[in-house]
Ligand binder design. Sequence first.
Ligand code: BES
Ligand code: MN
Ligand code: MN
Length: 463
Amino acid sequence: MEQIKNYIESNKERFVTELVDLLKIPSISADTAFSQDVIETAKLVEKSLKEAGCTTTEICETKGYPVVYGEKIIDPKLPTVLVYGHYDVQPPDPMNLWDSPPFEPVIKKTELHPDGAIFARGACDDKGQMYMHVKAVEFMIKENVLPCNVKFMIEGEEEVGSDSLEDFLKENRDKLKNDVILISDTGMISNDVPSITTGLRGLSYVEVEVTGPNRDLHSGIYGGAVPNPINILAKMIASLHDENNRITIPGFYDKVEELSDADRALMAEAPFDLDAYKKALDIEDVYGEKGYSTAERYSIRPTLDVNGIWGGYTGEGAKTVIASKAYAKISMRLVPDQDPDEITQLFMDHFTKIAPKGVKVKVSPHHGGLPYVTPIDNIGYQAAAKAYETTFGKTAIPERGGGSIPIVALFEQILESKIILMGFGLDSDAIHSPNEHFGIWNYLKGIETIPYFYKYYTELAQG
Ligand code: BES
Ligand code: MN
Ligand code: MN
């Protein structure tokens, strides 16, 4: 595998150009106006798998956007790695906060990325990270060092909840059969402190609508005498946290796994610079559940956050009006052993119950996903740890992540294998935000590290 360094040196410009081409297509799965672009992206991903040396490639239709499949089977007796990633991206809004257009990638240096970073929607989440795998496999096939079988499964609906994927997994169990699933769709602590993600939070996402009077009213003629749905929604939302910032929905914490003191102490050993954290976000102080550290709050604790709230007059100037309706989108991040369907039901019951008599409340569930935690006493984790040791010269730290990849828990249930999350992005790469970017160093380091995972995994599997 040592020749990977040379291979990267001779091909790095091409690696960047190819990723730039992929980033130019606006594969926004949330917005049907871009459905043709999503499909074009699937085709380009398939082409890249073919060029990398996959012997079989296929665009698999689902009830939503297609899954791109590719494989290189060198010997059925050898282990099989299944690579998962997604080619869809989040909407770029708000557009005016981008320093350069989201689908016209540019390379710029930043403080954390002195070698330059590619700025574009999807650069890190997940086109850049997914493409590291395509290039790592290209290297192993072209240089005849692929030590085991590989399958790719790259989907186009991750950012909208992976709705079609459960059926796809159930219908394609044999095709997707594997020994370990490898994913780069998370982050690491920093370029000096590699980490391996050992958990993801689950998700329950709802939209609420509060209706007061049957039409918008003059806020002078009626103000003070009728239920204002925006005032009431704000009050209802505020009541969802208590003075210790704990969520007040009855039963919400019933199934939350409390970590042992020993596990919490271990977590506290991972480097975390609170001052740098605050400075990077320009906040005077952090905010969250009493009794837990910042790192715990964003990884092992469940949350409830309003993601958007609207209603009434939001245009220029002032309009004196009491709106008929108010809305909010609310996400709850879940931890083991919370169940998204149960939590959604608890939310609906509670939110309906706390509404004053003067308003009607409607709660509509969006997507959900199960939380996931993986143990580290398995050969998949060990292979990943050895790979980081080799290319970073440092021991990777196991770290629970705060984000969600809904399909991961289903992978374990349906395909019955372990999932290894080798992320190479940084929290500051601004995924889902304006000016998303991915460090060139990180991109190339991923391409360098991945082949070692294959090497060590195959060695460990063969005992
Ligand atoms: N790649 C992210 C998830 C992620 C990012 C996990 C960083 C850990 C660290 C993924 O694409 C994502 O954004 N997931 C969504 C969930 C989905 C249902 C929209 C999320 O976490 O909000
Ligand atoms: Mn992602
Ligand atoms: Mn995402």
